[in-house]
Ligand binder design. Structure first.
Ligand code: ZN
Length: 123
């Protein structure tokens, strides 16, 4: 499944989650319908620091509508960390990073190998 877009409501929710959890990180699983990212599933215990959140990806459910993951970077650097690059391939194909200060453009999508991936924001 190629992911071509993200629902505006989901993006707003992710930015809000970033703000609410700051200075901690949040992380969750993104589910898609028809190639559009539509839904966030939080995993128990994933709220934490950048170096601790990835552990919980091993507990994620496997289903065909999992597009990938989303998590926040309270340091505002919207690039995958070394830890991110090691868990992305285990967690799906597309990964969102939301960064401080969590405004409209403070996010990016990356493929599992860390390459930027353009997404259309769909109302
Ligand atoms: Zn990260």
């Amino acid at each position: 499944m190629n992911i071509r877009g993200i629902r505006q409501d989901l993006l707003s929710l992710l930015l809000q989650m970033g703000r609410e959890n700051h200075p901690n990180e949040f992380a969750g699983i993104i589910r898609e319908q028809d190639g559009i990212m539509e839904e966030l599933n939080l995993l128990p215990g994933t709220i934490g620091r950048e170096d601790s959140a990835s552990v919980f990806y091993d507990m994620m459910p496997l289903d065909t509508h999992v597009a990938g993951s989303a998590h926040s970077h309270p340091n505002g650097v919207i690039l995958p960390s070394d830890a991110d690059l090691s868990f992305f391939p285990r967690t799906g194909r597309y990964h969102l990073i939301i960064g401080y200060p969590y405004r409209k453009n403070n996010w990016r999508c990356f493929t599992a190998n860390g390459e930027p991936h353009d997404l259309e924001v769909i109302p």
